[in-house]
Design a protein around this ligand. Structure first.
Ligand code: C2E
Ligand code: MG
Ligand code: MG
Ligand code: MG
Length: 285
């Protein structure tokens, strides 16, 4: 009967929600101590100058190898880490490890570009945020100009005054700041101009449908044009095809990152990749 069906449906939803709540609790539980147990690791994705194919940066992305569940995406564990405050310790580990790895690559002559580290709004809000960055730089020996922090629009917009001061302090240190997923938040470019931001990362949702979709093309072109006019460097995320890369160059977006060039790679994979890439780039120039 319909009544039974309704009842069953209710039960289905309720069990589903319970299952999700349990899953979340178990993730929360397992996330505690994950760094100490060595379950977190970092992968590296190059950023490319479209006109020359030069590597101009490397973004660091975090991975969690769960002992029972296997690889868990940051899309799932970062929000849990943020809600529980665990992001402070996990994020600081990621930052220090990124700086250490980048400095090692500089010293071995493997890398001659900026390393970009994603920073959660929760981390950025900490009173001592800039101090933590300074410590990571000092401990690793990495030059501040070789570090870029990727913040989201909402992280920068919230609590305008302290955010403004932190960005100024980072700028004074020489650390660069990029706005990640640009175009998906509520900030206006005009408003962003008062912040000492170096680079905008155009969200991959604006890259996905170019070329071919007129609206997508117009939006992507407008973001690049306004961003450049306001003095920002612009990089496109999620570049997967030659056609996308060509379109981006045609609207004067000079930098790209995505599967077309390379997937995020472990440190060892990255070392092999960059050697091959430089040979290729070197032999054609
Ligand atoms: P994001 O910073 O915007 O990173 C870009 C995401 O796009 C990454 O997903 C990357 O693997 C993926 N990607 C790269 N190239 C392509 C492409 O050509 N096509 C498509 N479809 N995707 C591409 P990932 O690694 O799963 O990370 C997801 C998000 O998790 C990141 O988005 C970032 O917001 C967050 N995240 C990752 N690592 C960290 C971290 O260490 N700290 C913090 N706070 N957040 C992180
Ligand atoms: Mg990012
Ligand atoms: Mg992004
Ligand atoms: Mg994102």
């Amino acid at each position: 009967t319909a009544k039974e069906a309704g009842h069953n449906r209710y039960q289905f939803y309720s069990e589903d929600m319970t299952a999700r709540a349990i899953e979340r609790l178990s993730l929360e539980h397992d996330l505690r101590g994950a760094v100490e147990r060595g379950e977190m690791f970092l992968v590296y994705q190059p950023q490319i100058e479209l006109g020359t194919s030069r590597v101009i940066g490397v973004e660091v992305l975090m991975r969690w190898r769960h002992p029972a569940r296997g690889l868990i995406s940051p899309v799932r564990f970062i929000p849990v880490a943020e809600d529980t405050g665990l992001i402070l310790s996990i994020g600081e580990w990621g930052l220090r490890e990124s700086c250490r790895q980048a400095q090692l690559w500089y010293e071995r002559g493997l890398l001659n570009a900026c390393i970009s580290v994603n920073v959660s709004a929760v981390q950025f809000r900490q009173t001592d945020f800039v101090g933590i960055i300074e410590n990571a730089l000092q401990e690793s020996g990495l030059a501040p100009t070789n570090l870029e922090l990727e913040l989201t629009e909402s992280a920068v917009m919230q609590g305008a005054e302290p955010a403004l001061n932190k960005l100024r302090e980072l700028d004074a240190l020489g650390v660069k700041v990029a706005i990640d997923d640009f175009g998906t938040g509520y900030s206006s470019l005009a408003y962003l101009r008062q912040f000492t931001v170096d680079r905008l990362k155009i969200d991959q949702s604006f890259v996905r449908d170019v070329p071919g979709n007129n609206d997508a093309e117009a939006i992507a072109a407008a973001i690049v044009a306004m961003g450049l006019n306001l003095g920002f460097r612009i990089i496109a995320e999620g570049v997967e095809t030659e056609a996308q890369a060509e379109f981006l160059q045609s609207v004067l977006c000079k930098e790209g990152q995505g599967y077309l060039f390379a997937w995020p790679m472990t440190a060892i994979e990255f070392e092999a990749w960059i050697a091959g890439w430089q040979n290729r780039a070197g032999s054609t120039s």
